[in-house]
Design a protein around this ligand. Structure first.
Ligand code: ADE
Length: 277
């Protein structure tokens, strides 16, 4: 998988050399390139922003450097190339990249979207700053490639860099070979599948007693059925406590009698076909 990141603050991406991501890069599982947007400016001050049309506070990122940056990284429009990288460009044979633009006005970034991105051969991330990037950049890019404006949540960051770090980490750990143990991906909170809308429950390791606090007996019992049941109970309780809106989306058809009892005890009764909340 190839990742290109365009930013005015390349230093933000130093953490990509560390830990899991650093190893994936060194092993060649993921190719990541960070590009300074100012490379594609031509004035003495390397200007990337200007005042917004229509007035208002803040500055808007100018379209020209973004247009040139995307042109430089992607293959020229026209018939698919016959393979091999384009001279000067960062082309990947005939592959068209998917462009991801972090913005609080985007669609939500979810585990399902991370799974989708992890299957892409090539992603380009465009980190906006200030009040955002001139809208014509995304409009024009859509002619040549898929473009997603994506939000991390209902809060506003100072720029897209941290959002891209978050997304790159969430995506990379799903690329086969990046995590040692692929199982740890399948039972994540939000992993697509049966446990889709349940949060993961608590976890424990040695010692069995720490500061007078014992690990729940069931986890030491060796009884795999009882352990699975206990973990599901905990997941149900935690979901009700922390994310009641997720609990409300549980499919009553997926809930057995014990699940219903646990939910009722947690103050979240299931009434026949529908959740009571
Ligand atoms: N840039 C600024 N705020 C953001 C957010 N919440 N998600 C993604 N990108 C952002």
């Amino acid at each position: 998988m190839k990742l290109d990141i365009i930013t005015i603050f390349p230093d933000y991406f130093a953490p990509l050399d560390v830990s899991l991501l650093g190893k994936a890069r060194r092993n060649g599982l993921i190719e990541m390139n960070v590009h300074d947007l100012r490379l594609w400016t031509h004035d003495r001050h390397r200007t990337v922003d200007d005042t917004p049309y229509g007035g208002g506070p803040g500055m808007v990122m100018k379209p020209e450097p973004w247009g040139e940056a995307l042109d430089a990284l992607t293959p020229p429009a026209g018939p698919p190339s016959t393979g091999g990288d384009q001279a000067g460009g960062g082309g990947l044979g005939g592959v068209v990249p998917r462009l991801v633009v972090p913005t609080p006005s985007g669609r939500p970034f979810t585990q399902a979207l991370a799974v989708e991105y992890a299957a892409e051969p090539w992603l380009i991330f465009a980190c906006g700053r200030y009040e955002g990037i001139d809208s014509r950049v995304v409009e024009e890019a859509r002619v040549r490639m898929r473009v997603d404006e994506v939000s991390l949540g209902d809060f506003v960051l100072a720029g897209g860099e941290v959002a891209v770090l978050v997304m790159v980490e969430a995506i990379s750990r799903l690329v086969p070979g990046v995590l040692g143990n692929f199982d740890s991906v399948t039972d994540d909170s939000f992993a697509p599948g049966a446990m889709e809308s349940l949060l993961e429950g608590p976890v424990y390791t040695k010692p069995p007693v720490w500061r007078d606090r014992a690990v729940p007996d069931v986890l030491l019992s060796g009884n795999h059925g009882a352990i699975a049941r206990w973990r599901r109970d905990q997941a149900l309780r935690r979901t009700v406590a922390n994310r009641p809106e997720l609990a409300a989306r549980l499919d009553p058809g997926d809930l057995d009698k014990h699940d219903r009892q646990v939910l009722a005890d947690a103050g979240f009764p299931v009434d026949g076909e529908h959740m009571a909340h």
